[in-house]
Design a protein around this ligand. Structure first.
Ligand code: SF4
Length: 333
C-alpha cells in the first residue's frame, strides 16, 4: 500500500469539496477500497472519510410510495430491517447472500454498488494487459481464464463481470439513486443509468461526475415487491461471488403475469435488467414453458469466450428456477 492523505468530512459539503479539490476517493466501510489499495490496483492520493455523515445518509425510511435506503446504511442493517423483510424480500435475499457477516457489518450500501470486478487480471498488477486498469493495454481475459466473466454487455475491450448482488435487486425494481455534487445540488437518476457498459472505455465504470457522492437509493413500491426473491449460483454455498444469479419480482393476477421485474447477476458487465424476459412473460400464465421462453429471451444476446461457454445455460436455468419459485411463493396480502 502507498502513502495517502486522509480527510475526515463532517458535513456533506466538506465531503464533496475534499473529493473535488483533491480528487479524493470516498471511504465508508472500506471493504473493497482498502483491498484494492493493498493490491496496488488503485493508488488514491486522498481518501475522504464520510462515516461521520451517517446522521444524514444513514437512515431507512419506508412509506406507501416505496423505501429509501441511505447510502451509509450498512448491509447487515438493511438486511434486518422489518420493512425490507416484509415488503422487499428480494433486497434481503441479495444482501444476506453477499459476503461474510463481518463484511456486511462494515460495508455501506453506497460502496457496495460501486464494487469492482473480480476479474483476476484486473486484481493482479503483474499482468500488464488489462484495459480497465491500464487503458489501451489489451485484455488478458479474452483468450485467457474467463470462466467467471460476463456474457452480456461485453465488448472487444473488456469482458469483466459486475460482481455485486444488491445492485441487481435495485436495477430490477426500477430504483433511483440520489446524488450530491460539489456545488451542493442534488439529483436523482435511474439506478440503471449509474453503471456504464465497457465499450471501448472499460476504465469508466459509472456516470458519476468527479466528486459526486451517492446519498441514497429510492425503491418504488409496486404490486410485485412482496413476491420477489434472489437466487444465486456459485462455486461454494457461502461467501462467494455469483456465477449466475437472478432477481425476480412478480405481480400475478389469477396465475397470469401482470408485471415482471427481472435482474441478472454474475453474467453481465453491469447490474443487468432483463427487459426482454420481462416482455416475454407479461400477459402469460407463468408455467415452465413461459419461464423457459423468458430465459431464452434474456440470454439471446450472450457472447461467450471459451471458459465461460457454460454461462448462458447456467443463467437460463437459474432464471427459470427463480421464476417458478417466485410464482409459488406464499405472499402476505
Ligand atoms: Fe481487464 Fe476487463 Fe480484460 Fe479483465 S476482462 S483483463 S478487467 S480488460
Amino acid at each position: 500500500m502507498r502513502p495517502f492523505a486522509l480527510e475526515m468530512a463532517d458535513t456533506p459539503a466538506a465531503a464533496t469539496n475534499y473529493a473535488t479539490q483533491s480528487a479524493g476517493t470516498y471511504l465508508a466501510g472500506g471493504t473493497v477500497l482498502l483491498d484494492l489499495m493493498k493490491l496496488d490496483v488503485i493508488e488514491p492520493q486522498t481518501l475522504v472519510d464520510i462515516n461521520a455523515l451517517a446522521d444524514t445518509y444513514g437512515a431507512i425510511e419506508a412509506d406507501d410510495d416505496g423505501i429509501t435506503l441511505g447510502a451509509l446504511v450498512r448491509m447487515a442493517e438493511a438486511e434486518r430491517h422489518p420493512a425490507i423483510r416484509r415488503d422487499y424480500p428480494v433486497i434481503r435475499d441479495a444482501l444476506w447472500q453477499a459476503a461474510s457477516p463481518q463484511l456486511r457489518n462494515m460495508a455501506s450500501l453506497g460502496g457496495n454498488v460501486l464494487q469492482r470486478t473480480r476479474c483476476s487480471y484486473f486484481r493482479d498488477v503483474s499482468w500488464p494487459e488489462c484495459n480497465k486498469r491500464a487503458p489501451g493495454s489489451g485484455c488478458a481475459a479474452i483468450g485467457g481464464n474467463n470462466r467467471r466473466l460476463a456474457v452480456l454487455g461485453v465488448s472487444d475491450h473488456c469482458i469483466a463481470s459486475y460482481p455485486g448482488d444488491f445492485a441487481n435487486a435495485l436495477v430490477a425494481l426500477g430504483a433511483e439513486v440520489g446524488l450530491r455534487s460539489a456545488d451542493g445540488s442534488e439529483r436523482r437518476v435511474p439506478f440503471e443509468d449509474l453503471h456504464r457498459l465497457p465499450g471501448d472505455t472499460p476504465e469508466m465504470e459509472t456516470n458519476l461526475v468527479p466528486g459526486e457522492l451517492i446519498t441514497a437509493f429510492h425503491v418504488p413500491a409496486g404490486p410485485w415487491t412482496r413476491r420477489s426473491l434472489y437466487r444465486k449460483v456459485r462455486d461454494r454455498t457461502s461467501y462467494d461471488f455469483a456465477l449466475a444469479s437472478a432477481v425476480v419480482a412478480l405481480h400475478l393476477e389469477d396465475g397470469v403475469v401482470a408485471a415482471a421485474r427481472i435482474g441478472l447477476g454474475g453474467v453481465a458487465a453491469t447490474p443487468w435488467r432483463a427487459h426482454e424476459a420481462e416482455a416475454a412473460l407479461t400477459g402469460r400464465p407463468l408455467d415452465e414453458a413461459a419461464a423457459e421462453h423468458a430465459a431464452e429471451a434474456a440470454f439471446a444476446g450472450a457472447v461467450t469466450h471459451g471458459g465461460n461457454d457454460f454461462k448462458p445455460e447456467l443463467g437460463r436455468r437459474t432464471l427459470v428456477r427463480a421464476l417458478l419459485e417466485a410464482a409459488a411463493m406464499e405472499v402476505l396480502p
